[in-house]
Design a protein around this ligand. Structure first.
Ligand SMILES: Nc1nc2c(ncn2[C@@H]2O[C@H](COP(=O)(O)OP(=O)(O)OP(=O)(O)O)[C@@H](O)[C@H]2O)c(=O)[nH]1
Ligand SMILES: [Mg+2]
Length: 382
């Protein structure tokens, strides 16, 4: 018998057709919604013929959810009751790791996301998309009428803040689908807050993000778990994603913003101290010192928040030293540009400030707040 030759060209052509789909549903106290969700997913399964299984990731709700699912006849629905590392994003991440489908879908349990959109979302993946969002904000998409102005504004501002990370119109959505192979290329997942989809887009390097319009229905049953705290966590999450995607550039923008605020603090303090009757020299010195402390606190909290596990006092001394050297650089550069190049004093001062800022940033980033655990994304320049 002729031996079969293994040859790359003889391998079957990839059809890009998916064989199995796992729908991951994070839940907390959704017992009232689960039967409706399973019914609707069952209909989608029947009508589309998709081999779809459902993984309900429940954070130990103790509201009868586990019993309801156990009593259901559908073998394709499973519930995992979690007791550790609770929270929406960790549950989704956990579910994605357990999922066996070659396409992973994530959706809420409260029927806000229509399961009927899943086949169309898969179709977009088959057409070549990396990541498909069930979207409220593309043409044809909508939200229930009773969204108040504040909720609408909140959602819009949050979306705008995610613009540098993806051009998607609804990047905050919790309804999305992507290939398991994309998920497996992701790394350094560190989900905080509610926006796990955005985490996957950025950390799995999904470039072709496509949106399918959906009608987002307000929850009818059960209670919302979205709190003010979750919204604040979003800012923290965004900051981390910016650092992941843009590395030192993101830190530079934050550093410059802090520097701008520090300048304002300096001016306000100086005015205040002079009004208190302090002489000019001590007032200037105190205003500088306090604004340096202000800059230190904000830079440690935000620009270089990743290296906060190091001792603050050592970092404080380092920052003050770097700023002092920066001040000398500012002085020397300003004089050189004013004397040697005969630049106007104000212009020379601007050059001096730019040189000192560059020095301060480099010293802060690479010496004072050195952080060894931020790794650049694979294949991207940090
Ligand atoms: N596993 C798990 N799921 C959660 C947790 N918090 C919320 N969920 C689920 O995540 C999904 C989204 O939560 P919702 O409370 O609906 O949040 P939301 O859609 O932003 O807010 P509403 O519009 O008020 O419904 C739902 O299926 C919740 O049950 C949690 O801590 N753990
Ligand atoms: Mg909801």
């Amino acid at each position: 018998m002729e031996p079969t030759l293994e040859h790359p060209q003889s391998s079957p052509v990839e059809t890009n057709r998916f064989t199995r789909i796992t729908v991951v549903v994070p839940t907390y106290r959704e017992a009232e919604n689960l039967p409706h969700l399973i019914d609707r997913l069952g209909k989608v399964r029947e009508q589309s013929g998709l081999d779809l299984d459902v993984l309900i990731m429940d954070d130990n709700s103790q509201d009868g959810s586990a019993e309801i699912v156990a009593a259901r006849p559908e073998k394709w629905v499973q519930i995992v009751v979690r007791t550790q590392d609770r929270g929406l994003s960790p549950s989704v991440l956990d579910g994605m790791k357990r999922a066996t489908g070659d396409v992973l879908v994530c959706m809420d349990a409260d029927l806000s996301h229509p399961p009927e959109a899943i086949p169309q979302m898969l179709h977009k993946l088959e057409e070549g998309a990396d990541f498909v969002i069930g979207s409220r904000y593309v043409q044809g998409g909508s939200t229930s009428d009773d969204w108040g102005f504040l909720r609408w504004l909140n959602s819009r501002v949050a979306t705008l803040l995610a613009r540098p990370l993806t051009s998607a119109r609804d990047p905050m959505a919790g309804f999305f689908a992507f290939r398991r192979s994309s998920f497996e290329t992701g790394h350094d997942f560190n989900p905080v807050g509610y926006k796990i989809g955005l985490e996957f887009i950025v950390k799995c390097g999904c470039e072709r993000v496509v949106e399918v319009p959906i009608h987002f229905e307000d929850r009818q049953l059960g209670k919302s778990k979205l709190t003010m705290r979750q919204q604040l966590l979003y800012i923290k999450h965004l900051r981390r994603l910016y650092t992941f995607k843009f590395g030192a550039w993101s830190q530079l923008v934050q550093f410059l913003t802090v520097g701008g605020l520090g300048t304002l603090v300096n001016l306000v303090l100086l005015t205040f101290l002079l009004r208190l009757g302090l002489a000019l020299k001590p007032a200037v010195a105190l205003a500088i010192l306090l604004s340096m402390v202000f800059n230190f606190v904000l830079n440690r909290r935000f620009s270089f928040g990743e290296s906060r596990e190091q001792h603050w006092l050592k970092q404080f001394m380092g920052f003050m030293t770097a700023c002092s050297i920066g001040a000398v650089i500012n002085y020397v550069v300003t004089l050189v540009f004013a004397d040697t190049f005969a630049l106007r004093a104000q212009l020379a001062a601007l050059v001096g400030i730019a040189a000192a800022t560059a020095f301060n940033f480099i010293a802060s980033r690479y010496l004072v707040f050195r952080s060894s655990h931020i790794r650049p994304p694979r294949g991207q320049v940090k």
